[in-house]
Design a protein around this ligand. Structure first.
Ligand SMILES: *Cc1c(COP(=O)(O)O)cnc(C)c1O
Length: 219
């Protein structure tokens, strides 16, 4: 169930830091999303395409839907007609696929480059030590239907705040590097998506512009 008091407190804290709260509602009922909507929330995130499509059909159409988590290429076309932001641009092949499907819908779809900053094994995410490598593999001029609008990352799941802070700093550095060296002409390269239930205060301190908070908002 939605914890309204917690939701409002977290949103206030995030707004004070001039960041955007994306409420992650995967596996949460539509009634909870509707209640948050009534309380003024418009940014919601999901990590499964069928669930996202089902919820979108049941809810008001001014919601901004975010896709978080790994996206399979054969699922992309289900969300390109409406998605507000794809946080998980984790491979050149996926980004090319998004361009292709977005072109069919006549849309330009915003995508974040997802970097693997955690000290945990994962198949997904780009290498933050070489933030621009993905750009040399992609010729963005040939991909007019994607708009690379920032970066995203997930810190290690740990109690050690210094480690989390170090990982968020590394992501912020990759963001700044790309912004200055590769996107200086593009004002909308502006999103640094980092911070979840366990670490969003640290992320805000380290310059996050968008946090993705789920479990903390629910009982
Ligand atoms: C589930 C999820 C979140 C939210 O995680 P919580 O710990 O529940 O806040 C954020 N980002 C991604 C990519 C997720 O899959």
């Amino acid at each position: 169930m939605l914890n309204e008091e917690m939701f409002l407190a977290v949103r206030e804290e995030v707004t004070q830091a001039k960041a955007i709260l994306v409420a992650i509602t995967k596996q949460r009922p539509i009634a909870d999303i509707r209640r948050m909507y009534e309380l003024g929330q418009r940014d919601f995130g999901e990590n499964r395409v069928p669930e996202l499509i089902e919820k979108r059909e049941a809810l008001p159409n001014d919601i901004r839907w975010h896709f978080v988590g790994h996206l399979q290429r054969n699922k992309v076309s289900g969300i390109t007609p409406f998605i507000h932001l794809i946080h998980a641009g984790d491979s050149p092949r996926l980004i090319r696929q998004i361009n292709k499907d977005a072109a069919k819908d006549g849309r330009i779809v915003p995508v974040l480059l997802q970097y693997h900053i955690a000290d945990e094994a994962s198949k997904y995410g780009l290498d933050p030590a070489h933030p621009a490598a993905v750009l040399s593999e992609l010729n963005l001029k040939e991909l007019p239907n994607v708009l690379i609008s920032g970066v995203m990352g997930m810190a290690t799941y740990t109690d050690v705040d210094e480690q989390i802070a170090g990982e968020f700093n590394a992501l912020h550095e990759a963001f700044t590097f790309l912004k200055n060296k590769h996107f200086s002409e593009q004002k909308d390269f502006a999103t640094l998506s980092m911070g979840m239930s366990g670490d969003y205060p640290i992320a805000l301190q380290r310059g996050s512009t968008m946090v993705r908070v789920g479990s903390l908002l629910f009982n």
